[in-house]
Design a protein around this ligand. Structure first.
Ligand SMILES: [Zn+2]
Length: 391
């Protein structure tokens, strides 16, 4: 028999295949090892006296899409001191009923955003086995980077509705997931981090939540605080949306419908529109003074954001605020007030170009994980799984 080839296929060290049997859904491979001298774990002397044999069923990676079982003829040795012991195998962790490579396969499958039940089915083990293996995986906190991004997501964990995510904005890696976003929790978390490590943070990127900025000032005194671009641009988007909706209410029904469909036209950059759409926008703006001013402010603000010249951005931003304040449009006056309050952090966004983009990507992954896992109530496990799937 070409047992040599089968051995190569199996790729397990020091075993001989004695028999293979196939069922419709399984393959059983019978194995044994060559007897050799063993060192007694009790007294340290050598022995090659075989006491008896026992068969052990071990699950392995699926072969030919069939569930694969290794049936190992386990040998027990006897020592002159009276100790009896089983031989050990490289491919088999002690007391385990699966090969190392199957356990490794399970860990790898767990990095995908699929449910534990799916992983269990793929590996032909029970969900509780998958869960037991996953419980061995634990991610500690990694040290703080130069560029620290913070954001929250709705995890609905046992610890709270919202969880915080810390991301290395340069290396695009999750640093940690915190059980909730409350100020007291964040304070006690950052307090534990050595001052020297905290002082190394050069950029802190967050959304327009005052709590984050307050924290950054206390714990990261050397960091430039940056408001994520998406979050401050959104203020302008919201403002023009509100203007459009306000005007819409004063219109006759048939025109109103037309304007609703025009939502996208108004939000899109004008120069990106097709000629036909440009005409539609021109017409809308012609008859609505407020919308025309709002649209001009929107286009101008997007222009500022898309520029890569900081000196231009800085001066135009101030001019923009002044114009918005005097626009006579309450939605944009409010927007200007918000921008004045966050001016420093927004200018930092222009100057240094960092965004919370990396974090947004992880948030999408978390959403999928939450869905396939039917919510992840247990926070510790939730955290480990997110990190396991993301880095
Ligand atoms: Zn002994």
């Amino acid at each position: 028999m070409h047992s040599n080839f089968i051995n190569k296929l199996l790729n397990l060290k020091g075993v001989k295949v004695t028999k293979i049997s196939h069922g419709d859904s399984f393959v059983k491979i019978y194995l044994k090892t060559n007897p050799r001298e063993h060192i007694c774990p009790a007294c340290g002397s050598t022995t090659s006296k075989i006491h008896d044999y026992r068969k052990q069923l071990i699950k392995d990676l699926p072969l030919q899409l069939k569930n694969t079982y290794l049936i190992l003829q386990k040998r027990r040795y006897a020592c002159s001191c009276g100790k009896r012991f089983y031989e050990s195998y490289d491919f088999l962790p002690r007391y385990h009923r699966m090969t190392n490579r199957l356990a490794h396969y399970i860990c790898t499958e767990l990095t995908k955003t699929i449910s534990m039940t799916d992983v269990a089915n793929r590996a032909n083990v029970s969900v509780s086995t998958v869960s037991r293996i996953f419980n061995l995986i634990n991610y500690g906190k990694t040290s703080l980077p130069d560029v620290l991004c913070i954001d929250e997501f709705k995890g609905n964990a046992e610890t709270g509705k919202y969880q915080c995510i810390l991301v290395d904005g340069k290396k695009n890696r999750i640093l940690d997931i915190l059980p909730d976003r409350s100020k007291s929790n964040l304070i006690s978390y950052f307090k534990k981090i050595p001052r020297k490590e905290r002082h190394n943070v050069k950029f802190f990127i967050c959304d327009m939540w005052k709590q984050y900025v307050d924290l950054a000032k206390i714990f990261f005194p050397n960091a430039k605080i940056i408001i994520d671009k998406y979050h401050f641009i959104r203020q302008v988007t919201w403002a023009i949306e509100k203007v459009r909706k306000r005007l819409q209410k004063t219109m006759p029904y048939n025109l109103r419908k037309y304007y609703k469909r025009s939502r996208k036209l108004i939000l899109t950059r004008y120069h990106k529109l097709k000629d036909e759409s440009k005409k539609a926008v021109d017409l809308m703006l012609l008859y609505n003074d407020d919308l025309r001013i709002a649209h001009k402010l929107k286009e101008w603000f997007y222009e500022i954001c898309q520029s890569d010249k900081y000196s231009y951005q800085r001066t135009e931003f101030s001019k923009w605020i002044e114009n918005a304040q005097n626009s006579g449009i309450p939605e944009f006056e409010k927007c200007a007030t918000t921008y004045i309050r966050w001016a420093k952090e927004i200018k930092n966004a222009f100057k240094y170009g960092y965004t919370n983009g990396p974090t947004e990507g992880f948030n999408n992954k978390i959403k999928v994980l939450k869905r396939v896992s039917f919510g992840l109530k247990n926070f510790k496990r939730f955290r480990n799984r997110i990190i396991h799937c993301s880095n």
